[in-house]
Design a protein around this ligand. Structure first.
Ligand SMILES: [Zn+2]
Length: 186
């Protein structure tokens, strides 16, 4: 299996750091970098070939998946909202039932099992928990593609979690288990 892991926003935040916590200054691009590296380690240990890419160019990100004939694509982001109380975990796919939906469901199921106290923001309109949006990197990748919003960087509790290496390890291990669950069910 060849997987592409895309860490959302630009390397070292230059020029695009993504969302920033207004109080602590924690930057999305720094958290997605760490999560992506760690997730890649777990999946390589499971025998997958992994390309990790963080880039300001969405076309470059999509090309990494399509030119390499990837089997799956995962983009990692942190959510943000003006309301500091907004919180929760969500996974996006393109609209409708696609080959990405079982991958999203497997990742959500493992993350729920590992984090029973976390709020999961779900859309059961099509009988599975993923949310749906036509994000560029989902719409233009040929392989099953999901976008994980690991929490709200604007939320005090969740941004504290993001800074905790143990939380990141537990989170990325759960995502990797989701990917391997999906793989065995193919
Ligand atoms: Zn983002």
């Amino acid at each position: 299996m060849l997987g592409i892991i895309n860490q959302g926003h630009a390397p070292k935040g230059n020029p695009d750091p993504g969302a920033i916590n207004p109080i602590t200054g924690l930057r999305e691009s720094d958290i997605t970098y760490l999560l992506g590296e760690e997730m890649a380690g777990f999946l390589r240990a499971a025998g997958h070939e992994i390309i990790v890419i963080q880039s300001d160019s969405l076309t470059e990100i999509v090309a990494a998946a399509n030119d390499n004939d990837a089997d799956y694509f995962i983009s990692i982001h942190c959510n943000s909202a003006e309301d500091p109380a907004a919180e929760g975990f969500e996974v996006y796919t393109t609209p409708g039932q696609t080959a990405a939906d079982p991958l999203a469901t497997a990742i959500i199921n493992q993350t729920k099992a590992a984090f029973p106290e976390t709020k999961f923001r779900e859309d059961w309109g099509d009988n599975d928990p993923d949310k749906e949006a036509n994000y560029y990197v989902l719409r233009n990748t040929v392989c099953p593609a999901v976008l994980i919003e690991c929490g709200f960087i604007s939320n005090r509790k969740e941004q504290t979690n993001m800074q905790d290496p143990a939380w990141r390890t537990k989170m990325t291990a759960a995502w990797a288990r989701g990917v391997t669950d999906w793989q065995v069910a193919l």
